[in-house]
Design a protein around this ligand. Sequence first.
Ligand SMILES: Cc1cc2nc3c(=O)[nH]c(=O)nc-3n(C[C@H](O)[C@H](O)[C@H](O)COP(=O)(O)OP(=O)(O)OC[C@H]3O[C@@H](n4cnc5c(N)ncnc54)[C@H](O)[C@@H]3O)c2cc1C
Length: 427
Amino acid sequence: MYNDPRSHGLWEKTAPQPPATAALKGSVAADVVIVGGGFTGQSAALHLAERDINVVLLEAREIGFGGAGRNVGLINGGMWVMPKELPGVLGETYGERLLGLLGNAPLLVRDLVEKHAIPCEIEKNGTLHCAVGEKGLREIRERCEQWAERGAPVRVLDAEETARRTGTTAYSGALLDTRAGTIQPLAYVRGLAAAAQKAGARLYTDSPVVATERNGGQWVVKTPNGSVTAKWIVVATEAYSTGPWQVVRDEQIYLPYFNFATRPLGDNLQKSILPGREGCWDTKEILSSFRMDKAGRLVFGSVGALRGTGAAIHRAWAKRSLKRLFPQLGDTEFECEWYGQIGMTDNAVPRFHKFAENVVGFSGYNGRGIAPGTAFGKVIAQHVLGEITETELPLPLTEPKARPFRALKEAYYEAGAQIAHFAGERF
Ligand SMILES: Cc1cc2nc3c(=O)[nH]c(=O)nc-3n(C[C@H](O)[C@H](O)[C@H](O)COP(=O)(O)OP(=O)(O)OC[C@H]3O[C@@H](n4cnc5c(N)ncnc54)[C@H](O)[C@@H]3O)c2cc1C
């Protein structure tokens, strides 16, 4: 996108074309204007348009330009916070509601993909949270126990089964979650957009919202060459937020995350590495993730930005890591590389904000946005429709607040990842 091969990498190369869109020109009227064309915005647009609501969606750049088109493609159930800890963070009522919503969110993704026949390489064999050493094993056992108590289809695999499924003996076990899976994320968000458009939503790209104004009981939402008048504004700009809702981005600390994709592997390698196509990540503090795409490319990622000295350092580390994890690969050449910014909130829990009357949005997904974004988009649609009141939402209302020392912390994460990867996997 925008001639930047390091922004959307493999996903840009293999996703079907997006639906035809253009920039907004002139004034239009709608019931609801949605700002942001990622999973949250497209899901909200689809769910509203299906109910015959007059919807306009404004995207600053292209569909999937933000996290939606840059991510790993792991469809996760739940969040980083342990299930039992969540009621402690949010209170019993909201904790339970959020767990219910997010635990079922992967099923919503599956249903939408099926219902709208979205071609997005969805794999439904689950994810493997791979344990490193005894400490990692303790962590995944605890997580498994807590999800199992809630009836989730999870189990801990021993080292042998983990090795058989992943193709590496590096892990002491893994938590298999069969609610979860993998997806081609840009293809998915483009498919959601096509479904929303078909249902009647009007989608505009290259249309950044630069200002809003109150006019009677209506909002006037302005882009450089046009405006939309509507009763409601749904803010779905998340970590890539610009313009009037910059505070959504400023409330989060950016954690950069990169991915490298190999060329399609030969048949024998595809039989030995992830033959079941589960999506994987590990329990390390600076974590790594790996998964296959449909053509059999191994996609390997970790924390870091592919810019400046980072590009060469992280690339060399990724090659050393793959060699250690999968000696059967030999020396690896990468076909694509890309990175993006994950927005992290201070307690690793998403947010619900009401910026003004009838201006609402969810954000702060902490690197878990495919299933949650889809689910939050549906919930915000139900809220706008009057089916879920503010106090019935899965998150409490909070004031958006810019994080102190944000730039310093972000520089620390980016430099820290370079130092760790410069030294890592050498011996
Ligand atoms: C590298 C990386 C790896 C990740 N891996 C995973 C993963 O494996 N699994 C997972 O579940 N999640 C993952 N995530 C997180 C996930 O991608 C995000 O949480 C998700 O994209 C959020 O969806 P969204 O629709 O809310 O926001 P986005 O997808 O970020 O979309 C927001 C959109 O709003 C637009 N926008 C911003 N400001 C304006 C404005 N003023 N006017 C108009 N438009 C505007 C942006 O251009 C952008 O397209 C990852 C994220 C990154 C960056």
